[in-house]
Design a protein around this ligand. Structure first.
Ligand code: PLP
Length: 666
């Protein structure tokens, strides 16, 4: 059952069926080496020539050259090397060459990285300058006009991969009038989405990547204007008339040829007007589902296939998780930076506020999109909105009030919320500015009154007259922890505290500090230390943490190892650490498959609530196996690692998450 809706077309696309057939045909029948002169080779050569001829027509290459390569990153290297070698030669000949390497501030990282790399390798000492963009994401043409006389090489893109913003190439060309600069335009996101007539422009180099338009990964091409300087990146057998040695990737080229044929013949891909209609429907669904949403690029200046947005009070992680639960694949910014939770440099360059740049989500589709998929995507967007509303994360009162301890993590820092549902009061410990909106929405929608906003650095905000602040039955105590730190102990009144919020104090220093506190049993070996940073612990640690018994390689289970473990020990508890809004948005995934895996018990403890659950687990006489799981295996690894470091050796997690396990059990 594949009910996935793939909305990450700017990262990559599936392969067009015709391209797949062409690749298989090239491997099965036309498997020859196009450099061979015998019949088998000639057939391969015909495929190569036909693909190149099509590419020429589709991009309007005119008298320019098109060489096939492994993709845009290679094309960018080749263009940069060619331009810089030309600058070196011009300099040596005493001709005007310019001193600046100018690149758009929102370029794909491949561009500034290659410029810096080759500038250093060639020892040219040229200055790299990021060309600013305006709030609409377009290049600042006045700045370019000022830089143009000194520019040696200018790199801009036709359309941005994060925002879809379309560059004003005619305006850039006009700004470069009279400049000695060579010019590269990254056309990766333009192919199939914007009309191209490269030979009709002064563009010297234009890299393309096949996998952004339904060809396989590892295929691409580079356009070089007739007469533009060229230096091969790879020398060898002289393929591609000596411009790019190495036996051609014929399966990839055949597939790319099939995509180019579809572009040339028309009828396969949606028209611009159809793409705009799809975008408008998706945008309307998003507006309805996610009140307060802001789109981060003006629609009238962007590809209709890219929607980049932020929602006040929601992180991109939360949005991605809820969309993923509904089997809709979107991304936070570009795929290359998806693994790093950082603000988008593209949105930063556009001058957007930090919250928008750090919480942005990109929804992008390819020109093969169809009406039924858009309809289903809109329905799922509504489902996600409803799930977030029920969880109190959007601007409406929530159904169920959460209780106990809640951990919010952003940028490696933890904020802790102590919630008492019965009295409707709570304390917020070490709130981060980046979470302010999220905390505010959450507490407001659940009808919580903030009894105290506390800092482990500064005791000024302590509201109680004594050393104890009551939240229902729970008592929060303030304890000095060295010169400029405070620590807060939480537990039932008069009993041993269960949690200590320790800020940035090292656990090893705490024993001495807490020895002054006259509380029963403060040194309970199970007193859980809740730190302020991820570096101290992902969730909780102990005064006498289990040393080398921390997260370990053997806690990772694949689906089969999991099944073996569950069959071997019927007491095992499967713990789902996803958030409630993910459950509410989820489509039936067939996981966990109780019958097949022998699962008896499944419990739902979101990672954000794990700290509150730990005392009960640690107090068990007999430690049952706990197997954590989540969508991708990230959060479950944190949970299992935490338990292991607390000395709970019987903790495991599903490596690769449900995303992989569902396939394994299919
Ligand atoms: N340029 C742009 C605008 C891109 O979107 C990408 C891919 O994300 C690249 C360059 C690099 O392409 P490839 O991964 O095919 O080398």
């Amino acid at each position: 059952m594949n009910n996935e809706i793939y909305l990450d077309g700017n990262a990559t696309t599936a392969v067009l069926p015709a391209a797949l057939r062409a690749a298989v045909h090239a491997m099965e029948d036309h498997y020859g080496n196009p450099s061979s002169t015998h019949g088998t080779g000639l057939k391969a050569r015909a495929v190569l020539d036909a693909a190149r001829a099509r590419a020429h027509r589709v991009v309007g290459a005119g008298a320019g050259r098109l060489m096939f390569n492994s993709g845009a990153t290679e094309g960018i290297q080749t263009a940069v090397l060619s331009a810089l070698c030309a600058v070196r030669a011009r300099r040596a000949a005493g001709e005007p060459a310019g001193t600046l390497l100018v690149y758009g501030a929102t370029e794909h990282k491949a561009v500034p990285e290659s410029l810096a790399h080759w500038n250093t390798l060639l020892g040219l000492g040229l200055d790299l300058v990021a060309l600013p963009v305006g709030a609409d994401g377009r290049h600042d043409l006045d700045a370019l006009r000022r830089l143009a006389p000194d520019a040696a090489f200018v790199c801009t893109m036709a359309a941005n991969n994060e925002t879809g913003v379309i560059s004003d190439l005619a305006g850039i060309a006009a700004a470069l009038e009279g400049s000695p600069a060579l010019w590269m335009v990254d056309c990766v996101q333009a192919l199939g989405k914007l009309p191209l007539d490269l030979a009709g422009t002064r563009i010297d180099y234009a890299p393309f990547s096949g996998h952004k338009l339904y060809a396989p990964k590892g295929t691409g091409m580079l356009y070089v204007r007739a007469g533009a300087p060229f230096t091969p990146l790879m020398k060898g057998g002289g393929q591609e008339t000596g411009w790019r040695s190495g036996t051609e990737n014929m399966a990839g080229i055949a597939a790319l040829g099939a995509v180019l044929a579809a572009l040339e013949h028309g009828g396969t891909f949606r028209t611009h007007a159809e793409q705009c209609a799809f975008r408008d429907r998706l945008a309307d669904a998003l507006r309805l589902a996610l009140p307060g949403i802001v789109f981060n690029a003006p629609f009238d200046r962007a590809l209709p296939t890219t929607l980049n947005f932020s929602v006040p009070g929601l992180s991109s992680r939360q949005l991605l998780d809820v969309f993923d639960a509904a089997a809709m694949r979107v991304s936070a910014g570009s795929a290359c930076s998806a693994a790093k939770a950082q603000p988008s440099y593209v949105l930063d360059a556009m001058g957007l506020p930090e919250w928008r740049s750090s919480s942005a989500v990109r929804l992008s589709f390819g020109p093969l999109m169809d009406d039924a998929t858009v309809t289903e995507a809109c329905a799922r967007i509504a489902r996600c909105g409803k799930a977030l509303r029920l969880a109190g994360l959007l601007g409406e009162p929530a159904a169920v009030r959460p209780d106990g301890l809640l951990q919010l993590t952003e940028g490696g820092l933890h904020t802790w919320l102590v919630l008492d549902a019965a009295s409707g009061t709570c304390a917020v410990i070490d709130p981060q500015p980046a979470l302010a909106e999220r905390i505010d929405t959450l507490l407001r929608n659940h009808g919580y009154r903030v009894a105290a906003t506390l800092s482990t650095r500064d005791g000024a905000s302590w509201p109680a007259t004594g050393d104890c602040l009551y939240l229902g039955e729970q008592c929060l105590r303030r304890v000095a922890a060295g010169q400029d730190s405070l620590c807060y102990l939480l537990g039932p009144d008069g009993a041993a505290p269960r949690h200590a919020f320790i800020g940035r104090v090292e656990p090893s220093r705490l024993a001495g500090i807490l020895s002054d506190v006259s509380l029963p049993d403060v040194f309970s070996p199970n007193l859980l230390l809740c730190p302020a940073t991820d570096a101290q612990s992902a969730v909780c640690t102990l005064l006498h943490a289990a040393g080398d018994a921390g997260p370990s390689a053997d806690m990772h289970l694949d689906a089969h190892a999991l099944a073996t473990l569950l069959h071997g020990d019927p007491r095992a508890l499967l713990v789902d650490v996803r958030e409630p809004y993910e459950h509410a948005a989820a489509l039936p995934s067939g996981w966990p498959m109780r019958g097949r895996q022998g699962i008896t018990q499944v419990s739902s403890i979101p990672l954000s609530r794990l700290a509150g659950e730990l005392p009960a687990w640690l107090a068990q006489a007999e430690r049952v196996p706990l197997v954590f799981y989540c969508r991708s295996g990230n959060r479950s690894a944190r949970a299992a690692g935490c338990l292991r470091s607390l000395g709970y050796a019987n903790a495991w997690h599903l490596h690769g998450g449900i995303a992989l396990a569902v396939d394994d059990f299919r």
